[in-house]
Design a protein around this ligand. Sequence first.
Ligand code: IPM
Ligand code: MN
Length: 375
Amino acid sequence: MTQYKIPVIPGDGIGPEIIAEGRKVIDAAGEKFGFDVDWVEFPHGADHYLETGELISEDSLKELSGYKGIYLGSIGDDRIAPGVLEKGILLAARFYFDQYINLRPIKLLDGVWCPIKDKTPADIDFTVVRENTEDFYIGIGGRAKSGTSKDLLEVHRTLYNAKFGLDIETDSEEIGYQVGMISKEGTQRVISYAFDLAEKSKKHVSSVDKANVLSDIYGFWREEFNAVAEKHPDVTTDFNYVDAMTMWFVKNPEWFDVVVTPNMFGDIITDLGAMVQGGLGLAPGGNINPEGTSMFEPIHGSAPKYKGQNKVNPIATIWAGAMLIEQMGEKEAADTIVSAIETNISEAKVQTYDMGGSAGTSDVGEDIARIVLGK
Ligand code: IPM
Ligand code: MN
């Protein structure tokens, strides 16, 4: 029997409940397809931070880097200032492991109620490839009061380093600034990934930017997009400004195949994508480094108000679990999990409140595990 060791970070809020169901379903898939998972628990999240002061240490990250895939619940807790855990754990891991792809399938499953009138699963089936290490997420910026001051902003990546020495002079009472940056290497690799994906599907790639206003950063993005597109003459393309993109996602979702986007716009449009596919409870994501350590999570947050109530929908996390084992090489098991999710939904017997049912989180996990096992 194949043996996998998979680290799991249940995290905060509803994280532990939804991860428990994801594990249950993966374990069932292992039983059926002949693999066994040894889950290695990591404590990172709000409680661990409050107890020890550690967000995620270099040592923990080093240890995690020995694995191919990490299973993550959700990070975020209202006892701690917004951003501390998100940046200190989630973004720290994405950057440390250089998970430059954030893969977010937008797929309306059979039987799911779609908020867009007359759209069916045939219309809503595309993938967003969100760049995951650059853009306005690099976390450099600052504040300056009236007068002159200096600041040194630094970005450290596996791929490159960048430093900005700023001489600031302002007569405003106070200014705040944030530097967005993309690199040639970072942009090319994510766009190439998107084209490779499109080669295997409907051969169309849509680019998202705001080159009409933020022309230095996204004009550069477009240039690199065109350079990569030239190497894929059989793939058709289009450019979209992000504001228009939100309109197209709702109006003509059937147009899309692979959508490639800089980090911040990708964050925004994938919440919309989640809604188009039936809600945040159904939307999974993978933070991928194709050659290194990837990390799979639902795209929703930790929903602290539902914590411990056995109420929320575990499907996004279960689906993220399918992406995780696909990354481990278990494609058939992964497909079986996704189709078990579809069966659970179309049977419409065991569903959480957001899908109109009254079942608990654990009931849904058990039901999907049962379907995986063919019982
Ligand atoms: C997401 C989340 C994160 C992001 C937050 C929690 C840092 O919204 O995964 O989409 O902005 O990337
Ligand atoms: Mn988000």
